[in-house]
Design a protein around this ligand. Structure first.
Ligand code: FAD
Length: 303
């Protein structure tokens, strides 16, 4: 462990906010991943900024995570600082028809707050198990809705330590991408524009979408959701299924039998198992159909 960096981190945050050699499998929905050399949980934008400044000054690598629900961390872990923007930065407020939330707020919590306040438009996101920050970066979406439809503006921190408020028109939100991802910005907060609605209707739509997820997705196993992006004109899950790969396994990782678009951690999978399974699935699909599958899941560490 880099003792100098540790001491510097403790000048920024309290001891309970700075963990060392923290197993990343405890912070990813895949439940795989080795230790992060430093794992920090900032409570304010100022703390985020100070940690980034420190890492840049010391040329020390850093990486932001939210709920780790779209993330595969190497078995060797990560030599650097993982900044988790999650429960410690998760306030949610309502200003008329706008939800103002910090990046660490869970989408499910925002959807529930919208429901409580009779606001409609966010039902699509209630079952996505990520944070608002993660959802803004990749323009998360489901069941015909996406963040692009509801974001009014996003407050980010640039690598140089500048705070920018980016209006929706300048976010360049596309399929699983945004300017935030391309520029390496850190999401601090966002404003979500919703509409007045009927509580009963909002609740019943949320329940309907939840039932769909439970019946279609292998939620009983750890995973990171859809493993591959949707190739234009196709569905990744259907291609994988048609290539005869339903239930195909490498070590403890498996193509879900319930939904071929999901790779699941069936039994004590390693990150290497998951990565090798993804490689073989991509190769088989390309061989069979000439379609290249691109991973949706982000990787951290050495593979
Ligand atoms: P993480 O996994 O922690 O991080 C993902 C990426 O975002 C990383 O590159 C990370 O650096 C970056 N990031 C995270 N927070 C910030 C921040 N504050 N600032 C800057 N960068 C940040 N996704 C969908 O779009 N639709 C779905 O329907 C869907 N269903 C899912 C179902 C299941 C069962 C699971 C496990 C996942 C599903 N996902 C889905 C994937 C995932 O939940 C989303 O991609 C979510 O937006 C990721 O958010 P996160 O906070 O977990 O991000």
């Amino acid at each position: 462990m880099n003792q100098i960096l540790y001491n510097e981190l403790l000048k920024i945050m309290s001891e309970e906010q700075v963990k060392t050699e923290e197993p990343m499998k405890n912070h990813t929905t895949f439940r795989v991943g080795g230790p992060a050399e430093f794992f920090v949980m900032p409570r304010t934008a100022e703390e985020v900024k100070k940690v980034i400044d420190l890492c840049r000054r010391e040329s020390f690598p850093y990486y932001i995570i939210g709920n780790g629900s779209n993330l595969l961390v190497s078995d060797q872990g990560y030599r650097g600082v993982v900044l988790q923007i999650y429960k410690e930065m998760s306030y949610i407020e309502i200003e008329e028809n706008v939800v103002v939330a910090q990046a660490g707020a869970l989408l499910s919590a925002i959807a529930n707050k919208a429901l409580e306040n009779g606001l409609t438009g966010f039902e699509f996101a209630a079952g996505i198990p990520g944070t608002l920050g993660g959802a803004c970066v990749m323009n998360a979406g489901a069941y015909g809705g996406e963040m692009k439809d509801v974001l009014e503006e996003v407050t980010v921190l640039t690598e140089e330590g500048e705070v920018l408020i980016i209006p929706k028109e300048n976010l360049e939100l596309g399929y699983r991408t945004s300017i935030i991802a391309r520029k390496g910005y850190i999401v601090l907060e966002a404003r979500i524009q919703l509409r007045e609605g009927e509580k009963e209707a909002i609740k019943s739509l949320m329940e309907e979408l939840k039932d769909k997820r439970v019946s279609k997705q292998p939620l009983e196993y750890p995973s990171a959701g859809s493993t591959f992006k949707r190739p234009e004109g196709y569905f990744a899950g259907k291609l994988i299924q048609d290539a005869g790969l339903r239930g195909f396994s490498v070590g403890g990782a498996q193509v879900s039998e319930k939904h071929c678009g999901f790779v699941i951690n069936r039994e004590n999978a390693t990150a290497a198992d998951v990565a090798e399974l993804m490689r073989q699935v991509s190769a088989r699909v390309e061989e069979e159909f000439g379609v290249k599958l691109e991973p949706e899941v982000k990787r951290l560490g050495e593979f």
